[in-house]
Design a protein around this ligand. Structure first.
Ligand code: NAD
Ligand code: MG
Length: 385
């Protein structure tokens, strides 16, 4: 029996995690489920799964949560601090599936309490990777990558033999605009950007996949999870999303993990780790898939990937600035306040105009994050169309 907590339970990754747990109810005890403001979703999940605690981030909904769970054994609490506390309730395993830097404090708290942390919340590693991996080491926590590429690498990698790794290759689907000319990309709408060809995901990461910023964030994530050095990390576009990433060894062997494009596969790997468990995912039919294509990413049409590579090479506060500016830019694009190509331009301008030193604490990261968001917000008017 493994006790589990799920942060961001109402989201795409959170629900996929609960789907697997529901099919293996006898193997898991649920400690806490959290959400920001999807109160109906949280009430439904808390009623169905009966965790010890249900946490709503937005306290305006707390009364409704209390009413709905009255007479059950589920404790209803609210507020940002309550989400951080939920991360330290002593579960054996925690899924970090909050989107954005909102996940920083809770993930840090879980690492400090020495749990197994299954990490989907890539922004936490992008903004504060050095602090997170150091905390995991110091407190004996285990960080398991949920992101499909990193999960694939984790499966292909003998972490104790990093010196035998020649390079790590992250695959990218290329997103919905992979074959679009620049002029067509310029007028892309939010609906077109979130219509991912292979994966069904939350809105923010779907836009990140369309700009290729997602792959840039993932390069930074990989840099922290697999310390082989930035020069040994590469990206290749693979439109079928069947090969989820590869590790090349010094002898010329390339190991890859393949699977259907269903997040329940990598999530199951972390849920059962170090064992494996069954999933209901459609099995991969290689003959039906027929072919696997690979091509180099086009940094001209997708400049966000180049920005992320530069931020990773520069290090210090740059990845946190990149991530914060991108969160604002993506939200503004989804609200139709800026165009699709403005996302990368805006992020580039914020990166060029703000250069604090490397953050030494989560508070410092959050201060840089706030300042970069402010700078990005100030620039929005310039792009408004
Ligand atoms: P989502 O938008 O579907 O869900 C986000 C969840 O986090 C929700 O439960 C929401 O209530 C909660 N949340 C959002 N903002 C919050 C805040 N400020 N405070 C507290 N809780 C908050 O997102 P998702 O697609 O499930 O992605 C979650 C994370 O996993 C992201 O970091 C994403 O990059 C990563 N990821 C997702 C996928 C995928 O297939 N969806 C794949 C790889 C990685
Ligand atoms: Mg990914």
């Amino acid at each position: 029996m493994r006790s589990v907590t799920i942060l961001g339970a109402t989201g795409s990754v959170g629900r996929s995690t609960l789907d697997l747990i529901e099919r293996n109810r006898e193997r898991f005890e649920i400690v806490a489920l959290t959400a920001r403001r999807d109160i109906d979703g949280l009430i439904e999940l808390a009623t169905r799964f009966q965790p010890r605690r249900a946490v709503i981030g937005d306290e305006a909904h707390l009364l409704r949560l209390r009413d709905a769970l009255a007479g059950t054994d589920v404790e209803a609490v609210g507020g940002e601090g309550a989400i951080v506390e939920a991360a330290a309730m002593g579960a054996d395993w925690m899924m970090a599936a909050i989107v954005g830097t909102a996940g920083l404090r809770p993930v840090m708290r879980a690492l400090e309490s020495g749990q197994i942390v299954a990490l989907a919340n890539k922004e936490a590693l992008v903004s504060a990777g050095a602090l997170m991996t150091e905390a995991a080491r110091r407190h004996g926590a285990t960080l398991l990558p949920v992101d499909s590429e990193h999960n694939a690498i984790f499966q292909c990698l003998h972490a104790d033999r990093l010196e035998t790794v020649r390079r790590i290759v992250l695959t990218a689907s290329g997103g919905p605009f992979r074959s679009w000319p620049l002029e067509r990309i310029r007028t892309a709408t939010p609906a077109e950007a979130v219509a991912h060809p292979n994966w069904s995901m939350g809105a923010k990461i779907s836009v990140d996949s369309a700009t290729l910023m997602n792959k840039g964030l993932e390069l930074i994530e990989a840099f922290h999870l697999f310390p082989v050095g930035v020069e040994r990390l590469e990206v290749v576009v693979h439109p079928q999303s069947i090969v989820h990433s590869l590790v090349e060894y010094v002898d010329g062997s390339l190991l890859a993990q393949l699977g259907p494009p269903d997040m329940r596969v990598p999530i199951a790997y972390t849920l059962a780790w170090p064992e494996r468990m069954e999933t209901p995912c459609q099995r991969l039919d290689l003959a039906a898939a027929g072919r696997l294509d690979f091509e180099a990413p086009d940094l001209g049409r997708f400049p966000a990937l180049a920005l992320a590579k530069a931020a990773l090479a520069e290090g210090g506060a740059k990845p946190a600035i990149l991530n914060a500016a991108n969160e604002i830019a993506v939200a503004s694009f989804l609200e139709c306040r800026i165009g699709f190509l403005d996302i990368a331009t805006l992020v580039g301008e914020v990166l060029a105009g703000y250069a604090p030193g490397a953050p030494g604490s989560i508070d410092a990261v959050l201060e840089i994050d706030r300042e970069a968001r402010r700078a990005a917000t100030d620039l929005i008017g310039k792009f408004a169309h």
